[in-house]
Design a protein around this ligand. Sequence first.
Ligand code: MN
Length: 262
Amino acid sequence: MPDPLAELRYELALANRILANEDVLDAFGHVSVRHPKDPNRYLLSCSRAPELVAPGDIMEYTLDSQLVTKSEIPLYSERVIHGEIFKARPDVMAVVHHHAPPFMPFVITGTDYVPVFHLGATGGAKPPFWDQRHEFGDTNLLVVKPEEGASLARAMGKHWMVLMNRHGVTLGGTSIRDVVFRAIFSCRNAEFLLRAKALGEIKPLSPGEVEKAAVISTKTTGQARAWELWTVRLDKAGGTPPRGVKAKSKPKAKPGKAKKKR
Ligand code: MN
């Protein structure tokens, strides 16, 4: 029977690799999407570096971040970030969690993110901070307990992005493409903001400008144009995910059939 989610698994694998290719994700960080037919489930890779994620790695989870089909395969320890945000925000259809370098100075110092160019509005006017220490004391900073994920989702509130002190960033979006767009352009904005601060006084977008500029990212023409570019860049880098669901590990070659060396 063909997998009804095959196209979505492919798109999510592609999103993982695009975000890695654009330097948002590295060995860590992840991207998920809500199940299109069952809002009480979501799709997320098993524990694998985003650059390597293939459609066959994409697993189905309940909103309590448990696998729908039991498996012994290692999973992301921070998957509760996704489940708890999907629970708290019915309007969020996709989630990205990252530790991208342009944001680290902000989350380390607790400096506000403000949009300084039109596409920076995708991150919101002044996204809130969440400090795990306030509620949970000394932790290893990973968000692994459901109550930690729920606390993060509360801090996010109605925003599309939440900054996590000494850790990273979590974003929501209305689709995979929307959340990828927000993740990439908010990183660009953070980069510009940091550099501009070194040059002089910052004059961020006004609240009215943020509101108007934020609409840009919701237009499918812009999203499609950016997605095509990122897809082609990934392809040029040789990173396009394989089509179809393949076995996770290839069977080892049978011994005894090695070619003779000349
Ligand atoms: Mn993390």
